[in-house]
Design a protein around this ligand. Structure first.
Ligand code: PEP
Ligand code: MN
Length: 347
């Protein structure tokens, strides 16, 4: 069988409901998505890890039986679902599931990932590994390696965002630098984006998907439900099959041609000069900060001064706004510089 996940300028599109709720619901999604040739995999949540107890936790085994029945009528689709326990893997194989994914609350746990990998050994399953909820590149790579080590060779990494202390309007902070680092360290690993779980709101699906394609991702996993407002899980982020088709129609596929035009090279040279200047200024700033640290120590003053920090942050936010910079970006950058300053003064 050809691999389901490959490095490609033509994105692999996975769509389907957050959770399978009934045979009828899943069949309807399959019917509605069947004519869109861009969608090759149906996602079907069977076991749902919920942050708080008491919610709908998925239909479990009965859903697998419905999937097996529906699969016969829709040969163009491959079917995938989340697995979180080794016994799920056997059940998936018995019911014709083609691909599984390890969710963000599971990929964070190396013992569990190893147990899942062991259960996948010798199977033909394609496997996706969602990023762990914590922004830890090595933990994500480690989970991918554990799957590779048992001989699975159809693997993809899925970026679904991270839990941080401030998610800046997203359900899960995208922290694009982390998947970019994954692409740099694992250039042969297909990388997919899950804009539904990053955004948490259906209005964000289109722009997050475009961002992913602009960053050279190899595919998208998008939650899609025939009646999103009535969905038993993640109702705010699911979209209808018709909305999905229109989002896919609107996405611009970029050409990733490595030979850059000469005007772009010129602009890149300018960027390189500015990047060096930024580092020079930061280095200068840290030296001054260190001197201030010595004065604070001499006068037995605390390193962190909340009032001064408040003024610096407000001033930077105001200046950044006047310069047309994104507010969130200026806030994060100022926080990063400030915390590095504190670290330097502490030494
Ligand atoms: C899901 O895809 O339905 C899901 C629960 O995802 P995550 O592990 O990204 O939260
Ligand atoms: Mn979901």
């Amino acid at each position: 069988m050809d691999k389901l996940f490959t490095i490609s300028d033509k994105p692999t599109v996975i769509a389907g409901p957050c959770s399978v709720e009934s045979e009828q619901q899943l069949r309807l999604v399959a019917e509605l998505l069947n004519s869109d040739h861009r969608i090759s995999l149906l996602r079907c949540g069977v076991w749902k890890p919920r942050t708080r107890p008491g919610g709908f936790e998925g239909m479990g085994e009965p859903a697998l039986k419905w999937i097996a029945a529906i699969k016969k009528d829709f040969p163009k689709f491959h079917f995938c679902c989340e697995v979180a326990r080794p016994e799920h893997i056997d059940l998936c194989q018995q019911n014709g599931i083609d691909a599984v994914w390890i969710g963000a609350r599971t990929s964070v746990n190396p013992f569990l990932v190893s147990e899942l990998a062991e259960a996948m050994k010798g199977s033909n399953l394609a496997v996706m590994v969602k990023n762990p909820i914590t922004p830890d590149v090595d933990l994500w790579i480690g989970a991918l390696e554990r799957i590779q080590q048992v001989g699975i060779n159809d693997i993809a990494a899925v970026h679904r965002g991270f839990s941080t202390y401030n998610n800046f309007g997203y359900r899960n902070n995208p922290l694009w630098e982390i998947p970019i680092e994954i692409k740099r360290r694992l250039p042969q690993m297909p990388l997919l984006c899950d804009p539904s779980h990053i955004g948490g709101r259906r209005e964000l699906v289109a722009s997050l998907s475009q961002m992913a394609l602009d960053l050279h991702y190899d595919g998208l996993m998008i939650e899609c439900h025939p009646n999103p407002d009535k969905a038993l899980t993640d109702s705010q982020q699911q979209i209808t099959p018709a909305e999905l088709t229109s989002i896919l129609d609107g996405l611009k596929l970029r050409t990733h041609n490595e030979a850059a035009p000469s005007d772009m090279n010129r602009l890149r040279e300018q960027l390189d000069v500015i990047d060096t200047q930024i580092l020079q200024l930061l280095s200068q700033r840290m030296k001054i900060s260190k001197d201030i640290g010595a004065i604070k120590q001499h006068h037995n003053m605390p390193i962190f001064q909340p009032q001064r920090w408040q003024q610096v942050l407000e001033h930077q936010m105001e200046t950044g706004k006047e310069m047309g910079l994104n507010e969130q970006f200026v806030k994060e950058l100022t926080e990063k510089i400030h915390s590095e300053s504190l670290r330097v003064q502490e030494k």
